[in-house]
Design a protein around this ligand. Structure first.
Ligand code: ZN
Length: 176
């Protein structure tokens, strides 16, 4: 996790009050999280960090693009992200967290925010993401093959039908 060290906020060295930190999240960021569904991204993170004696208040402003696959035409595309998230860090005798509050040991000198940024980005990806989510049009060639395949096979045959789409594409190239 050394590559994510620059996401560490050196809290003990900060005076009380507001501080701003800026980070870049690029594709290699996601490779540090095992099993990440997202592999590609280009985002900026502005973190407004309020250090108080009884808690730390964090506001994340995340902007940019993540690479993902269209659920309709199956082509890769860039999904714009605009994320606003808040996190409270409070102090306790053992570390734990609930929905919006992370508890750290009193006297904890620093806080790494990489995992929170990763989770916020993942939470912001919609369940169904298509080119139209990004204001773009699907690839009409891909749709043509998927549609003609749906006419033949029922929706239950999805794994088979998607391999048939590639067979059809191969045939298409061959015939031309
Ligand atoms: Zn599409």
């Amino acid at each position: 996790m050394d590559a994510l060290d620059h996401f560490t906020i050196p809290v003990s060295g900060l005076r009380m009050g507001q501080h701003t930190f800026n980070f870049k999240v690029e594709s290699d960021f996601f490779s540090h999280f095992e099993g990440s569904l997202l592999q590609q991204g280009d985002l900026t993170v502005q973190l407004d960090f309020d250090k108080r004696s009884d808690m730390w208040e964090l506001h994340f402003h995340i902007r940019g693009l993540v690479g993902t696959q269209c659920d309709r035409c199956l082509e890769d595309f860039s999904l714009p992200m605009q994320i606003e998230e808040q996190l409270l860090v409070k102090f306790a005798e053992e570390e734990w967290e609930d929905d919006a509050v992370v508890y750290v040991l009193a006297g904890t000198p620093q806080l790494n925010v990489a995992r929170f940024i990763y989770e916020f980005i993942n939470l912001a990806v919609p369940m169904v993401k298509t080119h139209s989510t990004a204001g773009e049009a699907c690839n009409p060639e891909m749709l043509k093959f998927i549609r003609s395949e749906e006419d033949v096979a029922g929706p239950e045959d999805q794994p088979e039908s998607s391999s048939s789409v590639w067979d059809a594409l191969k045939g298409f190239k061959f015939d031309n």
